[in-house]
Write a protein that binds this ligand. Structure first.
Ligand code: NAP
Ligand code: HSE
Length: 435
């Protein structure tokens, strides 16, 4: 059988998983690719570090990128280092030395997709990136190949495995936030800088990539309004449960009359809805297409082998020549015109959960409902709890669920309520989703 020589750049969590698949399941991969994928080189920074891979042939590991760039046998490279630099420079060098690239680095694509894709196109090379969104879930292939008969109308997803793992560990096992994050890091789910996972940045980068593929919009991920797990507490998780909801970090792209709203925020999702049931490092995406209707994708969005599964599938597609066809046809990150306008975040519509700690005195409730009324916000439910035995008896938690209103009105009303002398400054608001 013919051989395609491949290399791996970066042998961390994902790179080591890719090496394991190539070395332990070479026969299976050869059957699927119609050729042998031969691991020729694997680049690391530290040659002495144990990579936990048995059967890595002598001479494969190198700390010298030139050994890959200058080796004309190597055709396909899995680029599996994170962050922006030196990842960007290395990817450009790989393309310039004639290699086709497979990557899982969404931060790099979300920030420099245009430059990298232009360069690949001008050099006649390809970049495949299934693993950059949703880990093992084949969402890129579905959007770019299977849904091409559709106008996608909405795309809503849990796109960060680390934050979903933290949320479920907190709510189901009662772990505190820091302990849950530590486990996610040990399991290999988190980014080298986990701040990106928990502040909504990683999900926004993935949403920017999906929005480009599904709607043709090119948006700087930093312009996507995003909130992370930093502000709410375990009490909010418990109040949400009592109301029949779960909190999930939800990325939303919703098309209404050629206007697209994009945001990432912790959101209350009604129990029993598919996205509310997503646990641990799993990701899920619901897509609505005008012809196909609703689709739901669910799978492990972070972790070594699920991500390696997507990377190796892309390596097989590249070796077999399929990527070349899709890459050329899709014209990703090219200058094609897009009719879709982005909806300013303040104008997006939604329901809200608002939580306050208020003085247990006559008239407070009417002040608060008065402010909501002034902003034309209708209340769907209101719950006032008795103070916990251990807490200040003069203050009581108040939870308000609103009907649909604009983000601008919800924010202004929430701010005005927070300024009342009878309301503690530690107040909080979250989006609510029924679907
Ligand atoms: P990781 O465990 O931190 O591994 C990164 C590897 O890159 C390390 O082995 C490091 O080498 C190597 N590296 C960094 N700079 C290098 C350089 N200049 N030259 C050579 N090697 C270099 O990261 P990961 O979790 O595997 O993630 C890799 C990429 O996949 C990231 O873009 C990430 O966002 C993405 N991703 C990860 C997951 C996941 O579940 N982990 C899922 C989907 C996508 P040393 O080991 O020698 O330090
Ligand atoms: N750190 C990312 C996550 C890896 O937790 O989802 C997958 O992209």
């Amino acid at each position: 059988m013919e051989k395609t020589h491949v290399a791996i750049v970066g042998m961390g969590t994902v790179g080591s998983g890719v090496a394991r698949l190539l070395l332990d399941h070479g026969d299976r991969l050869a059957r699927h690719a119609g050729r042998v994928l031969w691991l020729n080189k694997a680049l690391v920074r530290d040659l002495s570090k144990d990579r936990g891979i048995s059967g890595l042939p002598a001479g494969v590991l190198t700390d010298n990128l030139q050994e890959i760039l200058e080796n004309p046998q190597i055709q396909v490279v899995a680029h599996l280092i994170g962050g922006i630099e030196p990842a960007r420079t290395i990817m450009l060098k790989l393309l310039e030395s004639g290699k086709d690239v497979v990557t899982a680095n969404k931060a790099l694509l979300a920030q420099h997709g245009e430059e990298l894709f232009d360069r690949a196109r001008s050099l006649g090379r390809t970049i495949a990136f299934e693993a950059s969104v949703g880990g093992g879930i084949p969402i890129i292939a579905n959007i770019t190949q299977c849904f091409t008969a559709n106008q996608i109308i909405s795309l809503r997803g849990i796109l960060n495995g680390t934050s979903n793992f933290i949320l479920t560990q907190m709510s189901e096992k009662g772990l505190d936030y820091n302990r849950a994050l530590e486990i996610a890091q040990n399991m290999g789910y988190a980014e080298a800088d986990p701040a990106m996972d928990v502040d909504g940045s990683d999900a926004a980068q993935k949403l920017a990539i999906l929005a480009h593929l599904a709607f043709g919009v090119r948006i700087d991920w930093k312009d996507i309004q995003r909130h992370g797990l930093e502000a709410f507490t375990i009490e909010d998780i418990r109040y949400a449960e009592k109301l029949g909801y779960r909190i999930r970090l939800l990325a939303t792209a919703q098309l209404i009359d050629d206007n697209l709203e994009l945001h990432v925020s912790p959101t209350l999702i009604r129990n029993g809805r598919p996205l509310a049931e997503v646990r641990g490092p799993y990701n899920a995406i619901t897509i609505v297409g005008d012809a196909v209707g609703d689709m739901f994708f669910h799978g492990q969005g972070a972790g070594q082998m699920p991500t390696a599964s997507a990377v190796v599938a892309d390596m097989i597609d590249t070796a077999a020549g399929r990527t070349d066809i899709t890459f050329r046809r899709l014209q990703l990150w090219s200058d094609r015109q897009c009719e879709i306008e982005l909806t300013p975040y303040a104008r997006t519509l939604g329901r809200y959960y608002m939580r306050y700690l208020v003085a247990d005195e006559p008239g407070v409730l009417s002040q608060i409902t008065g402010i909501l009324g002034n902003y034309r916000i209708s209340i769907s439910s209101i719950i006032q709890h008795e103070p916990a035995e251990s807490s200040d008896p003069s203050k009581v938690p108040l939870i308000i669920m609103t009907h649909v209103c604009t983000e601008a009105d919800a924010s202004k009303a929430h701010e005005a309520i927070g300024q009342l002398s009878s309301v503690d400054s530690r107040c909080f608001k979250l989006r609510v989703s029924e679907g």
